[in-house]
Design a binder for this molecule. Structure first.
Ligand SMILES: Nc1ncnc2c1ncn2[C@@H]1O[C@H](COP(=O)(O)OP(=O)(O)OP(=O)(O)O)[C@@H](O)[C@H]1O
Ligand SMILES: [Mg+2]
Length: 241
């Protein structure tokens, strides 16, 4: 594939559980260096979509590729090795373990490449300097916003081509949400390709180049964030119900 291949390309994706398709023909792209927001009502299938990309939802068909690599042909553990990285809802950190150990878990598959792991670790600490200072502290001792930085950092340690985040602001206090927004801004400045599921429409419109609204198993709305004024927000709110 050419260098112009989208970071993430999804076409006609069906996915679900058992015999039931939650996603019924989803078309979605993330361009290189683009930040894309995914909105939708509860139960629309946003998490299912992210988990499908990671190969964690088995029942799926359609087109699903990252930088030209067909993900439907790869098992989940291969997808997580440098193709796509997920920050799951609720962060799922080992709260009793030091921050640095949590980060290193993202790079387990690179353990024979110590120089690369050291390089990735440095790049995470450069992005979130506060984590360098606190690296020996247990992850559970951090603020909610800092814990989200650890979860993002652990995902970055797998060296992914596309970054997936599931509701990074969920359950966080306003000050922590500000920290998460800053973290996403930093990732954008690095030119990362990002797909973020987020309930906070204001955050999405601020952080993202484009948005999709998922409803009824399909994409119900796709729009450039800059094209969505107050009318656009009302439109999104109508879908979110
Ligand atoms: N492991 C599972 N087995 C069976 N059904 C599931 C499973 N996980 C989710 N579902 C169902 O799939 C549908 C989509 O769920 P999903 O979690 O993807 O939605 P969501 O858009 O992320 O919702 P929320 O906004 O609440 O996070 C729901 O009807 C849910 O009950
Ligand atoms: Mg969800």
């Amino acid at each position: 594939m050419s260098a112009a291949a989208p970071a993430l390309h999804i076409a006609g994706l069906h996915a679900g559980y058992g015999r039931y398709d939650v996603l019924r023909g989803v078309d979605l792209d993330v361009g290189p260096g683009e930040a894309v927001g995914l909105l939708g009502p509860n139960g629309a299938g946003k998490t299912t979509l992210l988990r499908s990309i990671m190969g964690l939802v088995k029942h799926r068909r359609g087109v699903l590729s990252v930088a030209g690599t067909d993900l439907l042909r790869l098992p989940a553990h291969r997808i997580a090795r440098g193709h796509a990285g997920l920050v799951p809802e609720g962060r799922r950190l080992f709260v009793d373990q030091p921050i640095e150990d949590n980060l290193l878990l993202g790079a387990l598959h690179l353990r024979r490449h110590r120089d690369r792991v050291a390089e990735l670790l440095e790049s995470v600490y450069d992005l979130f300097p506060v984590l360098r200072d606190l690296r020996r502290r247990p992850a559970g001792a951090l603020s909610g916003g800092q814990q989200q930085m650890v979860a993002i950092g652990r995902m970055l340690m797998s060296d992914p081509k596309v970054l997936l985040l599931d509701e990074p602001s969920l359950g966080l206090a306003p000050i922590a949400i500000g920290e998460v927004a800053e973290a996403l801004e930093a990732l954008r400045e690095q030119g990362r390709s990002i797909l973020v599921v987020e309930q906070r429409v204001d955050l999405v419109l601020r952080m993202c180049d484009r948005i999709y609204v998922l409803a009824g198993g399909e994409v119900a709305l796709e729009e450039r964030a800059s094209a969505l004024g107050d009318d656009g927000r009302a439109l999104i709110d109508a879908y979110l119900g």
